[in-house]
Write a protein that binds this ligand. Sequence first.
Ligand code: ZN
Length: 413
Amino acid sequence: MTDTGAPVQGFEWACHACGASGPLTEDFSCPRCGDPRSLRALAEVPAALFHDRPKSLWHYAPLLPVRDPFRAVTLGEGATPLVPARRLARSCGLGELHLKNETLNPTGSFKDRQVSVGITCALERGCDTVAVVSSGNVGVATAAYAARAGIRAVLFMHGQAGAGKIAQACAYGARVLRVDTPAPSEAFRLCLDACAAWGWAHLSTAGMYEPWNVEGAKTVAYELFRQYGGDLPEWVVAPVGGGGLLGGVWRGFLDLKRLGLVDRIPRMAGVQAAGCAPLKQALDGGFSFQESLRHPWPDPKTIAGGIADDILFDGHTVLPALRTTGGAAVTVEEGEIEAAALALARQEGVLCEPTAAVAVAALSKLPGAGPDTRVCCLVTGNGLKDIAFFQERTPGPVPVRPALEDVRKALED
Ligand SMILES: [Zn+2]
């Protein structure tokens, strides 16, 4: 991969483990402690940026690490609605609940934010092929944005990837490989080797390998600031696989704090299935990021395939996000995930995939939360991606003849 352009201005590397910072160089590992570092925006931006209604996440281009936002690869990602969920709030015993509906992104998940930013950066570095490891959504997003950019996408789908997502990715024309392993970390090794061998851009949403595209997740925080009129809720709740979403949203809040727009960052709750919970394990064990990597989850098992990651690929941001905000790692059982997906659809009219439903399932388990607590739940992926899940758990249509009597009888049950 050849870097042909000018360096990105207005950013530095920042280490959340030891606090060291430094100028952007090729190597993003921290020279002091060895952890992966994250990009930190240095730009001063007018407060009006956060009060104007965005048309897409590129509204926030001054805080994204690209040289020329006018050449961004975009399908209109971001700028998703924040909708009140009063019935669900009541049934979870919360004072106020809003859903940040990320299912309305162009390919149906929040990953569009990261991939739009990541592929724009890759093009600026002169790449003509992008590759990702994926359980589904980031593969789908990469396929769509590569089609948009007119470049090749190679997807390394691992054992957790569902048939619907694979079909969606294939429809966009990506080269889809099914890696014969249940462990995402093994698929990563293969993808990284291929990128190194053939000069492809690595776009997996895993900050320990690729610090650029995770920047897209920060824009959720910027949007929430505007949508809440600056008065952020007490909790922000999201599913955690590698941790890039929650870690990214936290870093977005840090930007808002640095810019003097907020003095308090919401408590961050990261939710995992009990059958794959390396975040909970790391938090309970007091692990550093490096220690968490030495304790992969041995046998990920959950219907929430999008977050069945055996290690925390963004542990260097999601662990401090939870630890510094008084946050929590919450786990939910399989039955709770199923019930939450159906409750969200029936009580609020929002259809989410099981992976997204884990956050909904955790809403009644937030430590100390009650009838005075304000909560924002990120709904990360569209239920249409896994329609078989709903077909298996809902009654099918009742056959009727074209006669009122049949309709009356059918509705009696
Ligand atoms: Zn460090």
